[in-house]
Ligand binder design. Structure first.
Ligand code: DX5
Ligand code: ZN
Length: 218
């Protein structure tokens, strides 16, 4: 694989020192920002002000993962705040096609996200329209959960669907990603690796990202 993107999740960062934390991941390809609304997920996390603050502070593209029940109503806030890519859950979007095209029309890369229990077939009518698919390898809500092993088979099914339709969206995997599984997720078709606790829990987040990249491109 040539093109691997490393996307550290700031959910695992020290939020009292966000600027310092962003400086520690200067080699990242994307900054993954987890938006949780206390409804789609039990947990509540970041809103558009945090996205805007990251945008002011760093030039790395912002990858906003919307874990919210009403993405149809709120994606524009995050696009206005400077998101470069926005992923919405297929389980939550009411008018997914409209959302994807609204994002693309405003120059934001559009991603669609699948929970672990949502089948790849949920993408059959939208796969041609998206820039990215975010495959959850844990149920959303918290960092530090264990990777669900069934994700490998799902990534392979998604790769097959993309090959069959002759499309090439980014394939992102999120949850429980670490040096222990990057080689396998990449072999199964992932090219964008989201990692929270593995990166920010390391003594040297930059070195950890480079380790993940090296394992992924082996
Ligand atoms: C989970 C979030 C993830 C989370 C990953 O709901 O979507 O992005 O930050 O954290 P780790 O890498 O610790 O599983
Ligand atoms: Zn996420």
């Amino acid at each position: 694989r040539e093109e691997i993107s490393i996307a550290p999740s700031i959910l695992a960062a020290d939020i009292t020192a966000l600027g310092t934390e962003l400086a520690r991941i200067a080699g990242a390809d994307l900054i993954h920002i987890d938006v949780m609304d206390g409804h789609f997920t039990e947990n509540l996390s970041f809103g558009p002000a945090i996205v805007a603050a990251c945008k002011r502070d760093c030039s790395i593209p912002l990858d906003v993962h919307m874990m919210v029940t009403n993405p149809d109503e709120t994606i524009d806030w995050y696009a206005d705040a400077g998101a470069d890519m926005i992923s919405v859950h297929v389980e939550a979007a009411t008018h997914l096609h409209r959302i994807v095209h609204r994002l693309r029309d405003r120059g934001v890369r559009a991603g669609v996200t699948l929970n672990p229990a949502t089948p790849v077939s949920a993408l059959e009518s939208i796969i041609e329209d998206v820039d990215a698919v975010l495959v959850m390898s844990v149920d959303p809500g918290f960092g530090g959960q264990s990777f669900i092993e069934g994700t490998y088979a799902k990534l392979r099914q998604l790769s097959d669907l993309c090959a069959h339709r002759r499309v090439n969206p980014a394939i992102e995997v999120d949850g429980g990603i670490s040096a222990a599984n990057v080689e396998q997720v990449v072999a199964a078709g992932a090219d964008t690796l989201v990692a929270g606790s593995a990166v920010f829990g390391a003594a040297d987040p930059s070195a950890e990202m480079e380790l993940l990249r090296e394992l992924a491109t082996r």
